[in-house]
Design a protein around this ligand. Structure first.
Ligand SMILES: Cc1cc2nc3c(=O)[nH]c(=O)nc-3n(C[C@H](O)[C@H](O)[C@H](O)COP(=O)(O)OP(=O)(O)OC[C@H]3O[C@@H](n4cnc5c(N)ncnc54)[C@H](O)[C@@H]3O)c2cc1C
Ligand code: SF4
Ligand code: SF4
Length: 912
């Protein structure tokens, strides 16, 4: 309490000591979970120094944290977490001429790369997590990436470091200029004492992160930056760094090799290296199969033959060398990828390897404990031959060219016996590594998972040298204690382990596909892809830069409730509602989270359970029953228009900035539509928006469908239940769903396509009904017949549209993006001859049904719109047509840019 108050008084930043935040900050991408005492998000370097000084006075450990993508539990601990990612993320200086950048620790790798790409430069090391990992975390883990053959590790690129020591003292360290001060006399003494043993016993490897980089002491003069790289925040916190910028290499292509015996392929690594590739990577069959089953990655595997136990990708800057290589390795069916899209797709799969491995819906998982071994590349095959006898089934991938392998055996994390076997495996592996001159970590670090083995791995003398180094920088062991030296036991603080009590909370929705709600939440492995700043997942994090608003935070809180860490074991908890508050239910995570965590579904369940116990607000009732309200409004339109005009909606918590959408004079179902006599038929699903607000879209759709040769059947109007579902009124939603299925089933059984105009309504039927509706057989038949208007048009050969010179910008609804993609919309628009069609690279528009209408959400809703969508539209010419199929998206575009957007059906009808 005293610590909290003092921090609040003196530190310019956010100070969080509440129970919920501590749970949110208790995980990273490792198998561990430790609740911190509190969290500080400093706004300035001075605030960081003050926080460290205060913690030191209270003898509280300090743990630095970036994006928490570390796989070892390195940023976890029972102390004060300093999160640098939200505010200390500025690039302070870029010097193109001299080729360096000065950055705060929270700068994300890809952001720095984007800032210097125009000059042909980048940061050398490229971690797979580059779209969210911070430079502070990269430096502290001495990160590398696929291109370490060319670029080495982070330690080869850090020229200067500003380091905050435990007491708050600030050190300026340089690898390019002389250093002085009392610390250096200490380092010199260490050098004198240990130089012989370092020279003799420190393994020399292309990649090594285990332990401290003591060989930096042997450089002349001593290189303090190399020493800090890989020290995992145990010597001090980095508040600023100067990093070298490297030339972006020209890529000639990738030569892919396929084979049935990965060990045999590894034997050829030294020969492969003689062709001077810039990377040699491997992915095994387990991961490739997982990619085949992933909605996101299955479309990116055009290069993959049906059967192959492993693929090696060998990357070249020199096309002649690549061809020679291809000629030489004919046995492995070499395929060259030189098309940039194919190369990009390949790297996406390679980078997603780890996440993909973790998407199994089971407690038998490919966990990370011996996932980062590093051995001399020349001995890799022989080492792996022995190593693979330790486990039955594992996912294997890695940087074969530099001898660093990511091996993840499948272990039942709830079995004491299997966890004990895992621990024994690590001890045996350490012995094997000593035999081969290898180490336990080539890029991920020691953290909680491996530090306990450093004494065994390095031997007594080197281990003592590690302790002496630690004592020199941090005599009281308050900087990230228990990492690198004095590690805690392997099975302590497991996130989910044999002793975890799993409370199966009964659910209204069917979670059997996920293996139950507990597994649905526990699918989150913490890899932090939900912190990336592009794509659909996760709009709330993209707008706030705050861990609290990430998918991971939401999954973590759910997990802790289910595991009894945050009693009671009930979803009706206010804290959970708060952490879910900014989830827009956009389904971005269902598509883009490598484990396919489906937070939109879990939020609907949580809202339901919370409201069953505590009741719901009037506003939620109003939004959930929107279809009924609109029905009455259509009977008494003057009342609706009066409410609209007087802005009375704000009485119910609707934002003043928003006006209620206009009510059409005619309901779509009441309009007499003349259609030509046509042989084939389709059903047009008349959703709530078309029925009450935009019947013109329905009319346009009929026109287009008639032109394609179909008679259009319009069944009686029924709401699909989406508004009720997203507000957690699940009983209500089920009732509506079952009524609608009854109406649609006969058409589906007659194999008549059912076309949807409003993406959120169509995907309600295709996706959400599967867990909502009890009549599974009927829903499967109906869902199969349902198709978006876009996909239906796209699959037709139709060339009778009038030519156009229009430029079209397409914004796809987030549910459509997540479950179908944008291709069909683009293809449908490209049928207009002469049209120039561009996709807007944005995620959710920010409106998300009723979310953006709510008073407390309107600002964040507009902020999300302003990330990519609004600027792209504002920067387009006034006459550019904007295509947006979602009713809320069109409202949001109007409110955010004052530009009108049109449904695809309206645009196509214009050109008939
Ligand atoms: C799917 C996946 C793929 C990965 N692929 C790679 C890869 O290709 N290459 C690779 O090298 N790593 C990889 N990693 C590991 C991890 O992403 C990297 O090590 C990354 O650099 C960590 O950055 P972060 O910001 O997430 O750090 P965090 O996880 O937040 O922290 C990591 C360590 O750095 C310390 N730290 C953070 N900030 C500071 C600071 N300012 N001062 C001092 N110490 C600090 C923390 O205390 C902790 O010990 C992967 C991880 C995942 C989940
Ligand atoms: S929600 Fe998905 S993307 Fe986010 S941390 Fe969890 S597994 Fe990773
Ligand atoms: S549904 Fe959307 S907003 Fe909610 S957690 Fe997933 S990506 Fe984030």
């Amino acid at each position: 309490m005293e610590l909290e108050n003092e921090l609040k008084q003196h530190v310019d930043g956010e100070i969080r000591f509440d129970e919920i935040s501590c749970h949110v900050y208790s995980v990273d991408a490792s198998i561990y979970e430790i609740k911190p005492i509190g969290i500080v998000l400093p706004r300035t370097k001075e605030a960081l120094i003050t926080a460290v000084t205060i913690a030191n006075r209270h003898r509280i450990p300090v743990i630095a944290r970036g994006a928490a993508t570390g796989i070892t539990g390195g940023c976890l601990g029972h102390g004060l977490i300093i999160d640098t990612s939200k505010y200390l993320n500025r690039i302070l200086e870029i010097n193109i001429e001299k080729g360096y950048a000065i950055c705060e620790p929270g700068v994300v790798q890809d952001d720095l790369n984007a800032a210097v790409a125009a000059y042909g430069l980048r940061l050398g090391p490229d971690t797979s997590t580059g779209n969210r990992a911070t430079l502070g975390g990269m430096l502290a883990n001495n990160a590398a990436g696929a291109h370490s053959l060319l670029f080495g590790q982070m330690a080869d690129h850090v020229e200067e470091i500003e380091l905050i020591l435990a007491g708050g003292d600030v050190l300026h360290l340089s690898s390019i200029a002389p250093n002085s001060g009392s610390l250096f006399s200490g380092l010199n003494k260490l050098k004198e004492r240990y130089q012989d043993v370092i020279a003799e016993q420190m393994p020399v490897l292309p990649r090594r992160v285990s332990g401290y980089n003591l060989d930096a002491l042997l450089e002349n003069p001593i290189n303090p930056c190399r020493l800090i790289c890989g020290s995992e925040g145990t010597l001090g916190i980095v508040s600023k760094m100067r990093v070298k910028l490297s030339r972006i290499p020209h890529i000639a292509g990738l030569c892919l090799l396929f084979g049935d015996d990965p060990i045999k392929m590894m034997q050829s690594v030294p020969e492969m290296l003689s062709y001077h590739p810039i990377s040699i990577e491997m992915i095994d069959r387990t991961i490739l199969d997982q990619a085949r089953n992933s909605p996101l990655y299955s479309q990116k595997l055009s290069w993959l033959p049906e059967i192959s136990q492993a693929v090696f990708s060998v990357e070249f800057t020199d096309s002649i060398k690549m061809q020679e290589f291809q000629q030489h390795f004919q046995n492995y069916h070499p395929t060259i990828l030189s098309d940039p899209t194919e190369i990009k797709d390949f790297w996406e799969i390679r980078k997603a390897g780890l996440g993909l491995l973790l998407s199994r819906r089971s407690y038998t998982r490919a966990i990370a404990f011996l996932e980062d071994v590093s051995v001399p590349p020349a001995h890799l095959a022989s080492f792996m031959q022995k190593f693979q006898t330790y486990f039955k089934e594992a996912g294997v991938y890695g940087h074969v060219g530099s001898g660093c392998m990511h091996v993840r055996p499948f272990i039942n994390i709830q079995s004491n016996e299997e966890m004990k076997t895992a621990e024994n495996m690590m001890v045996k592996l350490t012995e094997l590594l000593r035999e081969y001159g290898g180490v336990l970590s080539g890029e991920h670090g020691d953290g909680l998972v491996r530090s306990w083995l450093n004494r065994k791995l390095y031997g007594e003398t080197l281990y003592q040298a590690f302790i002496d180094l630690k004592n020199l920088f941090d005599p009281d062991h308050l900087m990230n204690p228990g990492k690198i030296v004095e590690g805690t036991p392997f099975a302590q603080d497991l996130r989910t382990g044999p002793n975890t009590a799993i409370h199966e909370i009964p659910t209204f929705l069917d979670f059997s596909r996920e293996g139950g709600l507990a597994l649905a939440a526990d699918l989150c492995n913490g890899n932090g892809a939900c912190r990336k700043k592009e794509g659909i997942m996760c709009p709330s994090f993209q707008a706030t830069d705050d861990e609290y608003d990430s998918t991971r935070a939401r999954a973590q809180l759910l997990r802790d409730i289910i595991h009894g860490e945050l009693p009671p074991a009930s979803l009706a908890q206010k804290g959970l509602i708060d952490v879910l508050d900014l989830c827009l239910e956009c389904k971005g995570c269902k598509k883009e989270c490598p484990s396919q965590v489906d937070m939109a579904k879990m939020k609907a369940e949580v809202l339901f359970q919370y409201q069953e116990k505590n009741g719901a607000s009037i506003r939620s009732h109003l939004f959930a029953s929107m279809d009924n309200l609109l029905h009455y409004a259509s009977l008494f339109p003057w009342i609706y228009r009066a409410v609209q005009k007087l802005g009375i909606n704000s009485w119910f918590g609707i934002a003043k900035q928003r006006s209620l959408p206009s009510l059409s004079n005619n309901r779509f179902s009441k309009i007499e539509i003349q259609q030509p006599t046509l042989e084939k038929s389709v059903v047009l699903f008349n959703d709530t928006y078309c029925e009450f607000h935009t019947p013109n879209i329905g009319l346009s759709a009929v026109q287009v469908l008639n032109a394609l040769g179909y008679h259009v059947i319009i069944p009686p109007y029924l709401c699909c239940g989406r508004p009720a579902f997203s507000k957690g009124f699940l009983k209500h939603a089920r009732h509506k769903a079952e009524a609608l299925i009854k109406v649609l089933l006969p058409y589906a059984e007659a194999k008549i396509p059912i076309i949807g105009l409003e993406p959120s309504c169509l995907f309600m039927i295709k996706d959400d009904y599967q867990s909502l509706v009890t009549t599974q057989a009927s829903i499967e038949i109906v869902a199969k017949s349902c198709i978006t208007f876009d996909a239906f048009v796209a699959r037709h050969e139709f060339s009778d549209f009038k030519p156009s010179k229009d430029t079209l910008l397409v914004h796809t609804h987030c549910h459509q993006k997540a479950l179908e993609g944008t291709t069909a919309t683009l293809e449908a628009l490209q049928k207009i001859p002469g049209s120039v069609v561009h996709k807007i690279e944005a995620g959710c528009c920010g409106m998300a049904g009723s979310f953006g209408y709510e008073r407390e959400h309107v600002d964040i809703s507009m902020k999300i719109g302003n990330l990519h969508l609004f600027p792209t539209i504002r920067n387009s010419e006034e006459k550019t047509l904007i295509c947006a199929n979602g009713f809320s998206c069109r409202t949001q575009v109007m409110d955010g840019t004052s530009r009108q957007s049109l449904h695809l059906a309206e645009i196509l009808a214009r050109y008939l």
